[in-house]
Every structure is written in structure tokens, then in C-alpha cells.
Ligand binder design. Structure first.
Ligand code: F0G
Length: 464
């Protein structure tokens, strides 16, 4: 056993069970009670940074050493806060070099005070979404375990990220890993489908939605020797914790008042709560921000369960009967999630219970926004100079709603997470601006023009 495996272990999230497992046991749920697992650390055996600020200097490391490669990664720069693998085993393709962007013009437009709104643009990742943070960690574990075939179900971004990393990671015989991705037929944005195909993933288009893909991939992982890379793999979430570390870094290590994040399968939500609970436990921050998790109205399981059925973490004794009843009702009504934000078109989020824990840790709220609000939110991000895919627009739409409700104050310091790149789903953007959507409030349609300078002059003069 290496020193790292002694520091890290896996543990069931329920206090009553709390079963512990080694990190090299391949499990996606507790074998005793069926709950989700965490990666946990014996911090007494770990090398804990004295301050978070100590990570800053790693931006400037150069060279070809193992440490320099790790320092270049926005995930592994923080490796002392996810110490489950030795530095020479860390997989990286330069993920997580994303920064926090101050969004003053957007803040002013929606009535907020200047210098209080920030956008964490995860579209800057190598595959164009936040998923690369998690894949760096999960592929590291796949390498430690010597796995050669990896798989996921996806609404498009997980599969793109998995497919890309698989080309770079190496199995024990030195060849790239085989990537197998399960996507809902006709359900994922064309940019994301293109990525998986281009990176050589075996792309299985399932006759069904994301929930059907998720069920199938879990069965396939069990039976067909595939290493599962969805967020039920707790190592994925370790990588996604670092999004929060970079947010703090962007704020000069000051804790914001709010984090606003779109909620789909709830992996990010789960990772963010864990990140802050650990930082607080280690004395590296003095308070925890609040979180707002934003569902689409057409994929609103968390919102319904929390707000209508009062589902709570309850010290890990959540009311499973309420959850089961909700799934039964969905099944009996033949409910299928549906939203223009295809990334978050998910009926049964797998990390639901960990999300409840995050709501508890971060005094969170859950809201839902319509497709129209999502697209307007996305358009606002675009016109103020960043661009994002539809699901990311949900965070700005949710912020606007919570400002209206006065839950978030105009003077609060808020960070919206922009989860994916604008070019992931350009069809939705073009449809919005050309008026294919009923009421695009911020549409900027193209104008037709004859091929002569007079016509251009007339157009630019503002006359019809
Ligand atoms: N935003 C984007 C762009 C996403 O791709 C996803 C999830 C989310 C938000 C929601 O994040 O699941 O952590 O709550 N996409 C997954 C996928 C489901 O398969 O690509 P979450």
C-alpha cells in the first residue's frame, strides 16, 4: 500500500452505516446499504496547506517535471486537498485553467451593485466544459486501478470529456483507453456528439433518454468490465471540488455570498458542498457561502422534492420513501424530462442525496426556471461578452429570479458557474436570435443585405 492509499479511503455517506472501503475497491454504491460513497481523507496523515494562498505560486511553475505538469493543471495545483494518488500518477491534459471573470456590465444590467457579480467560465476547459475537472481525477483512478475500458452515460459533455481524456490516458500496456459512451438517441447537442465521434469513442445511441442510458451503463459496467466514469464514481467529484478553489482564488481567497449553479445529475452541487465542508473543517476558510441550485422546469426533481415535499438531508437520514414515491409517480405518469437545455434534461439525478447534504452544508435554495428564462439568461451572458451553452444560462436565469424574490440581495457577492462553452450547442443560439423561439427578449437577428455599398450604408444608418 502506498502512503496515499493510507491517507484516502471510501466511505458510505450515511452516518448510521458509515461503512469504509479501500480506495482501490471498485464500488459505486455502499455494498451494505446502497447509499452513495465519498472519497475521504485522514487529514492527520495528509500534508495540509497552511493557507489556501500557498497554491497561487504554482501558476508560475515551469519545466517538464512531474510536479510542473501537475502545477499546470487547475485541478492538481490543489492536489494536497484531494490527496488520493501520488503526483507521478496524476492524469492531466491541462484542465481547469479557468479563471473567475468579473461581470460588471451584466451586473449593472440586472440591477446588481458593481464588482459583486462574477462568472466562473468552465467552458475554457480542453473539452469545453467543467467535466474535465472530474475526468482528470477519475482517469487518475482508472490508471491507479489499471483499467483499460471506461464508460459513461451522458447528455453530451461527460461523453466528450471522457472521450478526450481516453486518448491521452494510457493503460498498462501503453495504449490509449477504450471509451464507451451511452447517449440518448437524438438527445444530445451536435457539438458534443461531434466531439465523442472525433475522439474515437464507441458511441452507443440508446433508444431512450439520459435516465435510460444511466441505468444501462451501470448494468454494463457490472457485467462487461467497464470502469464507470459518471459522478456515482466518487473520484470524479474530487476533481470537481477544485472549481470552488479557483473561485476563491479569483476572489483573492475571500468567500463569496452565493454560488449559483445549474442542477442536472447534481454532481457539481455535491462536489461543491464537499469542498466547502472540508475547507471549513481544515480551518482554511472561516465561513461557507450559500448555494442556489437551478433546475429547468422540465427536469425539476430536486426542486420538487425539496420545495414541495420538504425533502432534507436530516443528518443523512433523508426520507427515502418520499424519493421512491416521487420516482413511482414519475413512472406511472410516464414522465420524461424535457428542456431546451439538453445538458440538464435529467429525470432522476443520481447524486440527489449528496445534493441534499450540500443544501445542508451551504444553506442552499433550489429553484426552477423555464426554457425561455434559460435562453434569455444565456443571451445575457453572450451579449456581455462570455457566451455559454443553454444549461449554463440557467445559473443567470436563477440569479435573476432570486434577485426578484429578494433572496439574493443586489449588494451580495455572487458567482454564477458557466458550465459549458457557447459552441457546444450553436443551433439553440441561432434559433433564439432568429426568432424561432416565441419571445426572445434579447434577440440579435442577422440582417439580409444586397451586395453593394449603398445597401450597407443604408443598413448602418439605422433606416429600414
Ligand atoms: N451544465 C452542463 C453544461 C452540463 O453538461 C451538465 C451536466 C450540467 C450543467 C449539470 O451538472 O450534472 O453536475 O448537475 N451534464 C452531464 C453530462 C449530465 O452527461 O454531460 P450536474
Amino acid at each position: 500500500m502506498s502512503a496515499m492509499t493510507e491517507v484516502a479511503f471510501q466511505q458510505c455517506i450515511t452516518a448510521a452505516c458509515a461503512a469504509r472501503y479501500g480506495i482501490d475497491e471498485v464500488l459505486f454504491a455502499c455494498t451494505k446499504c446502497g447509499s452513495l460513497l465519498d472519497v475521504r481523507y485522514d487529514w492527520n496523515r495528509a500534508t495540509i496547506p497552511k493557507t489556501l494562498r500557498s497554491h497561487e505560486s504554482r501558476w508560475t511553475t515551469s519545466g517538464r517535471s512531474v510536479e510542473a505538469r501537475a502545477d499546470y493543471s487547475g485541478v492538481w495545483r490543489f492536489r494536497d486537498l484531494l490527496p488520493f494518488a501520488p503526483t507521478d500518477k496524476l492524469v492531466t491534459i491541462g484542465e481547469g485553467r479557468t479563471t473567475l471573470q468579473e461581470a460588471d456590465s451584466l451586473a449593472t444590467t440586472i440591477g446588481m451593485h458593481p464588482h459583486q457579480l462574477y462568472l466562473q467560465y468552465e467552458g475554457f476547459n480542453p473539452s469545453g466544459s467543467f467535466k474535465d475537472n472530474g475526468m482528470a481525477a477519475a482517469f487518475t483512478m482508472a490508471g491507479v486501478l489499471g483499467r483499460s475500458r471506461v464508460a459513461c452515460a451522458s447528455t453530451g459533455n461527460t461523453s466528450a470529456s471522457l472521450a478526450l481524456f481516453a486518448r491521452h490516458a494510457r493503460s498498462r500496456n501503453g495504449s490509449p483507453l477504450q471509451a464507451v459512451v451511452f447517449v440518448g438517441g437524438g438527445k444530445i447537442a451536435v457539438g458534443k456528439l461531434a466531439q465523442g465521434l472525433d475522439y474515437g469513442a464507441k458511441t452507443i445511441q440508446v433508444e431512450g433518454d439520459f435516465d435510460a442510458c444511466m441505468k444501462l451503463v451501470q448494468e454494463a459496467a457490472d457485467k462487461l468490465d467497464l470502469y464507470l466514469m459518471n459522478s456515482v464514481n466518487p473520484f470524479r467529484l474530487e476533481g470537481q471540488k477544485t472549481i470552488m478553489y479557483r473561485v476563491l482564488e479569483g476572489l483573492d481567497w475571500e468567500v463569496p455570498d452565493w454560488i449559483v449553479v445549474p442542477g442536472g445529475n447534481l454532481g457539481n452541487t455535491s462536489a461543491f458542498g464537499k469542498a466547502f465542508a472540508e475547507l471549513k473543517h481544515l480551518g482554511l476558510i472561516d465561513r461557507v457561502p450559500r448555494i442556489a441550485i437551478i433546475n429547468a422546469t422540465g427536469a425539476n426533481a430536486l426542486c420538487t422534492l425539496v420545495n414541495d415535499h420538504d425533502l432534507q438531508w436530516n443528518d443523512s437520514e433523508w426520507d427515502q420513501a418520499t424519493i421512491d414515491k416521487h420516482w413511482q409517480t414519475m413512472a406511472s405518469e410516464n414522465y420524461q424530462a424535457h428542456t431546451v437545455a439538453s445538458a440538464i434534461e435529467i429525470g432522476r439525478p443520481v447524486s440527489l442525496t449528496k445534493a441534499l447534504r450540500t443544501i445542508d452544508i451551504m444553506n442552499g435554495v433550489v429553484r426552477q426556471v423555464t426554457d425561455e428564462q434559460i435562453l434569455d439568461g444565456k443571451a445575457l451572458v453572450g451579449v456581455h461578452g462570455f457566451g455559454c451553452e443553454p444549461a449554463s444560462g440557467a445559473s443567470v436565469a436563477g440569479l435573476r429570479l432570486l434577485l426578484d424574490e429578494k433572496i439574493i440581495s443586489l449588494g451580495d457577492r455572487v458567482v454564477c458557474i458557466l458550465t459549458g462553452h457557447a459552441l457546444k450547442d450553436p443551433a439553440v443560439t441561432v434559433n433564439y436570435h432568429t426568432g424561432a423561439q416565441a419571445t426572445p427578449r434579447f434577440a440579435n437577428p442577422p440582417v439580409n443585405c444586397a451586395a453593394n455599398i449603398e445597401a450597407v450604408e443604408e443598413l448602418l444608418s439605422g433606416k429600414d
